[in-house]
Design a binder for this molecule. Structure first.
Ligand code: ATP
Ligand code: MG
Length: 230
């Protein structure tokens, strides 16, 4: 039963290859205790996004299993999986609709008060209020008048309101100005509290706030330690 998932993730003897391609994850083992914040780093093609996609069940392993609180992800009901594990990717930051719609995408039944609370929690409320129609302002896919830092804050508000036990985040590579960077970092720390997080990290500041840094090369974890030690 996964009514209250704690967020303990485990990869046990996992193998994965894309159709008829080489093994991307050969014999992969990894344990992530509930509540831990992982920064995942490594060169391009190392398998970071593939790992993230196995956790969010975008793909299933060809061998071995990925478990959440000891339960094979493949045996979880789709609704349980969707509410327990949320993946925030760079591509999915915004869709056409209002700011409020964009925040509530994972929880369409959310009230306006809940939407505002999520926006406040991640420090997005002020800029939203400054938009022409506030929470009812339309944004297009590219964000229109919303900056890339603000876009990230909106995606954090979306994840905050979904409140998953496990958050997977593929961090944006776009560099931000210093005030935006600070705002995004502060929002991230709020978002990470009380949940398991795996962040494909592109910022040193993100690596610094992680409990544990994993360096991945060619489908293997080659370093595993605290930010200080690495
Ligand atoms: P980056 O830092 O560039 O995002 P990554 O660590 O996320 O890299 P992955 O995207 O997981 O790397 O890719 C791992 C390997 O799998 C690479 O060799 C890549 O070419 C291959 N790969 C990724 N997606 C697919 C796919 N859909 N079909 C076939 N091969 C793929
Ligand atoms: Mg990637």
């Amino acid at each position: 039963d996964l009514r209250e998932p704690r967020g303990h993730l485990n990869f046990d003897d996992v193998e994965f290859a894309y159709a008829s391609g080489p093994q991307i994850l050969p014999r992969f083992d990894l344990d992530i205790p509930a509540g831990q914040t992982i920064a995942l780093v490594g060169s391009t093609g190392a398998g970071k996004s593939t790992l993230a996609k196995l956790i969010s069940r975008f793909y299933d392993p060809s061998h071995g299993e990925v478990t959440l609180d000891g339960i094979d992800l493949r045996t979880l009901a789709p609704d349980d999986l969707r509410s327990a594990i949320v993946m925030v990717t760079q591509e999915a930051y915004l869709f056409s609709g209002t700011v409020a719609d964009n925040i509530a995408i994972g929880r369409p039944e959310a009230t306006r008060a809940e939407i505002v609370r999520a926006a406040k929690a991640v420090g997005a409320h002020e800029f939203i209020e400054s938009l022409p129609h506030g929470y009812d302002t339309d944004v297009n896919k590219r964000g229109g008048r919303v900056s890339s830092g603000q876009r990230q804050l909106l995606s954090f508000a979306r994840a905050f309101i979904a409140d998953p036990a496990v958050l997977i985040l593929d961090e944006a590579t776009a560099s931000l100005d210093i005030p935006s960077e600070r705002a995004v970092q502060a929002a991230l720390q709020t978002l990470l509290a009380d949940r398991t997080a795996v962040i494909i990290a592109h910022r040193l500041s993100t690596v610094a706030i992680a409990d544990r840094v994993l360096v991945m090369e060619k489908g293997h974890i080659v370093e595993d330690g605290t930010p200080d030690a690495l």
